[in-house]
Design a binder for this molecule. Structure first.
Ligand code: 1CP
Length: 324
């Protein structure tokens, strides 16, 4: 999950002297940071260290990731001319990601590497608002007020995202995850009208790329059915919706990913253990389950608790495999 590394002292040490975007553009740092949680926790897959705004910056948008805030855009996108300035990206624009993925695939051996990108709605929100927003008010104003401009913007962002994911796939990632973190701000009707076509374009654009596609959002309990229709193989679920309920909404043909509440990791161990067991039980309703958190690790999390959770999930899922 996003910012998984923030709980690790070895991550903080590297980042103390290197700004976020720069660390995403230095292949040797991307490789090292990506490997840290795998080394320490023994997780079954690595997630590429990058950020959803990296390809947007490569596409020509002037932005930075500000400590304690997140992505901040110098000149927010508001007009057709602004949209025109976002250009498609190629491998040369994100050579550092290509190089890091290639290094990682070699270093990781049998451990799969998950690549990722932001979905058009979530990227559009940062670009239109100029930074993180709780209400997404300016984004929605543009969406409702100038639907043609909205669709032009999301169309561009879908192209950037497909280009970014293709670079990662060609360099060797084993799966891709499309983060539509803020889609939960929308009603199902608006999601279907303004967002689903663009996320579908991304996921269907990669249908023949030969890697599983994961699609994740936060607060998307009401949207799970629609998100499932966008074309992913796995739908990520936050902690608000139990996985058996989520499976009924998504349909029987897709795996689920999730969904331990990251805040539970701050509770006493018996609470953590009971929650992990409940989630694994409820995940059995789906044809496949990737155990994960329901959203990003909180920086104050004790890394040893994460290691213990990984061991517990391994123990409980191998016992299940033994039982056939
Ligand atoms: O866990 C990892 O380190 C994996 C790499 C990763 C991923 C998958 C990072 C590094 N960012 C992301 C995706 C990302 N970035 C998402 C989608 C997933 C999610 O919903 O969590 C989003 C919404 C962002 C945007 C972003 N980048 C924020 C959120 C701001 C907001 O709007 O609330 C922040 C704080 C960042 C910076 C960032 N990206 C990644 C890290 C490690 C950090 C923090 C930098 C630091 O403090 O060390």
């Amino acid at each position: 999950m996003r910012q998984a590394g923030r709980s690790l002292p070895e991550y903080r040490e590297i980042r103390a002297s290197v700004p976020m975007l720069e660390s995403c553009r230095r292949p040797e740092l991307v490789t090292e940071i990506t490997l840290q949680p795998v080394r320490r926790h023994g997780v079954d897959a690595a997630i590429l260290f990058s950020d959803i705004v990296v390809p947007v910056a490569a596409a020509g948008v002037d932005l930075d990731i500000v400590p304690g805030t997140g992505p901040v855009v110098a000149e927010p996108i508001r007009t057709a001319a602004d949209v025109e300035r976002i250009r498609p990206i190629t491998r040369d624009d994100v050579w550092y990601v290509d190089e890091a993925v290639r290094q990682l695939v070699t270093e990781l051996g049998d451990t799969p590497l998950i690549g990722f990108a932001g979905a058009p709605f979530t990227l559009a929100s940062y670009l239109v608002e100029g930074g993180p927003s709780r209400t997404h008010a300016k984004t929605k104003a543009l969406m409702y007020g100038e639907p043609e401009l909205w669709h032009a913007l999301c169309g561009r962002l879908a192209e950037v995202t497909i280009g970014f994911l293709r670079v990662q796939i060609e360099a060797g990632v084993s799966a891709v995850q499309l983060f539509d973190s803020w889609a939960g701000a929308l009603s199902e009707a608006d999601y279907r009208r303004y967002v689903l076509p663009h996320s579908t374009a991304v996921l269907s654009g990669l249908a023949h790329a030969g890697v599983p596609r994961i699609h994740f959002g936060v607060g998307t309990g009401e949207l799970l059915g629609a998100m499932g229709e966008a074309g992913a193989d796995v739908v990520g679920v936050d902690w608000r919706t139990p996985l058996d309920v989520a499976t009924r909404r998504i349909g029987p043909d897709k795996a689920v990913q999730g969904n331990l509440d990251p805040a539970v990791l701050l509770a006493p161990w018996p609470v953590v253990e009971a929650e992990v067991r409940r989630i694994l039980d409820q995940g059995r309703a789906a044809p496949g389950h990737v155990f994960n958190l329901g959203h990003g690790v909180l920086p104050e999390t004790d890394p040893d608790v994460l290691t213990r959770v990984v061991a517990l999930v391994h123990e409980l899922s191998s016992r299940r495999a033994d039982q056939g």
